[in-house]
Write a protein that binds this ligand. Structure first.
Ligand code: FES
Length: 91
């Protein structure tokens, strides 16, 4: 029986989405949280999106630098930048 761990950590436990999948989606053009939700299903699970505090710093870092951080520092402020929420897109 195989018992190998994925090298890419799971970011969204609700939908079993790993970091590699999220980074690839961002590289492929998911430049808002909604686009990440749509392309990976991360952030829209039954917990209500607790992984978004990891998704946001990952996305912000990439948009600022073009690279991904080695370690994700969770955003615990509860603040969401403009243009990255479903509310912004619906207004
Ligand atoms: S952990 Fe991602 S939506 Fe629940």
């Amino acid at each position: 029986m195989k018992n190998r761990k994925s090298k890419s950590p799971i970011i969204c436990r609700c939908n079993n989405v790993n970091r590699e999948t999220i980074e690839q989606a961002i590289r492929d053009g998911a430049d808002t949280m909604n686009k990440i939700f749509d392309s990976t299903s991360a952030g829209v699970g039954p917990c209500g999106g607790s992984c978004r505090r990891k998704l946001m710093p990952l996305l912000e870092h990439y948009l600022k630098t073009g690279t991904f951080p080695e370690k994700i520092v969770e955003d615990l402020t509860g603040k969401v930048p403009a243009g990255t929420t479903s509310e912004d897109e619906n207004q």
